[in-house]
Design a protein around this ligand. Structure first.
Ligand code: ZN
Length: 243
């Protein structure tokens, strides 16, 4: 199955927090999108592997994903090395995405930056025909290099290279985050409260999106970074609001 957009995150919920609004908006425009979770988030303080899978599946439905796969790398300990790069190259070649959206390249959680560079390297290496990989069907895979690689902003703030207007899908975007009940919804569970399970975290998430939206004259925005310049085909792609 070929995808237009493949979003990748080190933990199930990284993509929802970073860019589910953009995915929802693009899927509404008819694009096909999928998510690859690198790990099962097994080191998370709250919830279990089972609840995370259920929550990830619920979020996938809310976003409207065509596919969601978990590569079961080791949470906290996966490396950006040949073994992990090849695992990711196989998935990139399988789905042949035009655009990949990955973790930021440096962040509070060391997994995020490591995943960011793993994705960065795999996207490049996937385009080299001398790197041979075998697909699920037992056939050798074709080389594939995504045309664009973007990074979503996570915990630490970075000046974005582009901001996407997600005002029209804001409610749905927040529903996709709230699908991770054990992570973000303070409840009566005996699991300890964490940095991300408090109501303040959700408020901060909204505030960030409002701030980015304000920069481009809309209500809510999601910001992305890119090592490559971002080209547009037409000025029609610009958000034209007075700011
Ligand atoms: Zn994470």
């Amino acid at each position: 199955m070929k995808l237009d957009i493949l979003a990748i995150g080190s933990h199930p919920d990284d993509v929802e927090l970073g860019c589910s609004g953009t995915l929802i908006a693009e899927i509404k425009r008819g694009k096909k999108a999928g998510i690859i979770d690198l790990t099962q988030g097994e080191l998370g303080t709250r919830g279990t592997i089972e609840t995370r899978y259920q929550e990830a599946a619920d979020a996938a439905k809310i976003i409207g994903l065509s596919v969601r796969e978990n590569l079961k790398m080791r949470d906290g300990f996966f490396r950006n090395d040949e073994e992990h790069q090849l695992q990711l190259i196989k998935v990139i070649r399988k789905y042949q995405p035009e655009i990949v959206i990955g973790n930021i390249l440096e962040d509070r959680h060391p997994d995020h930056g490591r995943a960011g560079w793993l994705i960065y390297d795999a996207c490049f290496l996937s385009g080299l025909r001398q790197i041979k990989t075998i697909g699920d069907d037992g056939q050798e895979q074709e080389r594939w290099r995504p045309k664009m690689l973007l990074q979503y902003i996570q915990d630490r703030f970075y000046e974005p290279d582009v901001i996407v207007d997600i005002s029209d899908v804001w409610e749905q975007r927040m529903e996709s985050v709230k699908a991770y009940k054990t992570q973000f919804m303070a409840d009566a569970s005996s699991d300890p409260q964490t940095y991300i399970s408090s109501p303040e975290f959700m408020e901060a998430l909204s505030a960030r999106a409002r701030l980015l939206g304000k920069r481009i004259g809309v209500k809510y925005g999601e910001g992305f970074l890119s090592k490559k310049n971002i080209g547009i085909k037409s000025l029609d792609a610009l958000v034209l609001e007075e700011t």
